[in-house]
Design a protein around this ligand. Structure first.
Ligand SMILES: Cc1ncc(COP(=O)(O)O)c(C=O)c1O
Length: 379
């Protein structure tokens, strides 16, 4: 590839070419049997996801956002409930509590792992209790960029205050803490199969993983209009939030290659680490916490970040800013935050972060090209 030819940020075409026969075959099988809604591949995928992650149940659904909706509906979250969320995240994390009438309480993040700051969380829980208007119910912890939250610390805080923990693992499926995989690190873990995610399908898709029998049963019911034992026996208000059979088939075809792809992501990340550690602030690493490397995100001085990104773009290297604005500054959510300055780390990070191309099909030469271009751009 020549110096200036455009590079992919996430190369789904290369992935498809590498596994075309399996993916085409899996889709063709669905076209042949014709059970497009809740066909056999959905249950097969759920079993395979449980085996992969070590969870008791996996409930396939229509997106990562709906995985969060299912979780919170199954937990009867509603008006008067406080759900603690990081301010530095994708919009769905804040959107879902609001959709259900609950109140998101924005918590600052740690400047190094980008995840919810347990000290700030504790302060915000105490403030909500002192104000006496809302009932603290749960923490929705986001494993940003693929790195699991420090769940051990988070469990200690949540237990002290009687809160549940749900994982927003849209970016971290495939990650782990020691031997324990994402999907088993808290009460319910929502993930996304959006195409660009570490394990992506060819449209929208998601799943919730849990070990809790009653929660799993409620989510299975809610994703299919709240049905009870029989199809037209409706026992609760639900949704149409099923996972399409074709998407389940695509995921089943991709899953055997997923461990190898995670290994490649780790190799790419280590190579970036080597090449960039003296150039920019590279992602921190933590003993026992295994990232799925949805993104490789560096930090730059805020007054240089956009110019560096433009320079890379001119050289055919795409980058992305996740996220340019923290949740409490978004027009739709401003009323639920405490305004500018209230979550200073999230505000600072939104000016500093830059995510580099990251996918399992990057050649070493691509990684070197990105690193060299970034080195030139910052000097
Ligand atoms: C942290 C986080 N939560 C939730 C979602 C929502 O997932 P989906 O796009 O599948 O609805 C995403 C997707 O980008 C995400 O990154």
């Amino acid at each position: 590839m020549n110096e200036q030819s455009p590079m992919a940020f996430v190369d789904l075409k290369a992935q498809y070419q590498a596994h075309k026969a399996q993916i085409d075959g899996a889709i063709q099988q669905v076209l042949d049997h014709g059970r497009f809604i809740m066909g056999p591949e959905v249950a097969e995928l759920e079993t395979a996801l449980c085996q992969f992650a070590g969870a008791k149940y996996a409930i396939g659904c229509s997106s990562g956002t709906d995985a969060l909706v299912l979780t919170m509906m199954a937990e009867d979250i509603g008006p008067g409930d406080a759900v603690f969320v990081p301010a530095f995240t994708f919009t769905a994390t804040a959107e879902v509590p609001l959709l259900l009438g609950a109140t998101p309480v924005f918590v600052d993040v740690d400047p190094d792992d980008f995840n919810i700051d347990c000290d700030d969380l504790e302060r915000r829980i105490e403030a909500v209790v002192a104000a006496g208007e809302l009932t603290p119910r749960a923490v929705l912890a986001v494993d940003l960029f693929g790195l699991p939250v420090d769940y051990d610390r988070l469990h200690a805080v949540a237990e002290r205050h009687g809160l549940k923990i749900w994982g927003d693992a849209a970016q971290s499926f495939g990650g782990a803490m020691g031997e324990r995989k994402v999907g088993t690190l808290c009460r319910a873990t929502a993930t996304s199969f959006f195409p660009a995610k570490p394990l992506g399908c060819y449209g929208d898709g998601g799943a919730v993983l849990t070990d809790d029998d009653a929660l799993a049963e409620r989510m299975q019911s809610i994703r299919a209009h709240g049905k009870g034992g029989a199809k037209y026996d409706i026992v609760r208000v639900g949704l149409n939030a099923r996972l399409d059979t074709i998407q389940a088939a695509v995921l089943l075809a991709k899953l055997p290659n997923f461990p190898g792809e995670l290994g490649r992501r780790e190799t790419v990340a280590r190579r970036y680490d080597e090449l960039l550690s003296d150039v920019v602030k590279i992602p921190s690493r933590y003993q026992g916490r295994v990232s799925a490397w949805a993104q490789y995100t560096v930090k730059l001085p805020a007054d240089r970040r956009d110019e560096v990104a433009a320079n890379l773009r001119e050289r055919g290297i795409p980058t992305a800013i996740y996220y340019p604005m923290p949740m409490h500054m978004q027009t739709a959510y401003r009323a639920y935050g405490d305004g500018e300055g209230s979550v200073p780390v999230s505000e600072r990070l939104s000016g500093e972060v830059l995510s580099l191309p990251m996918h399992p099909y990057m050649e070493d030469a691509d990684v070197v090209r990105v690193a060299e271009a970034l080195t030139r751009a910052v000097s």
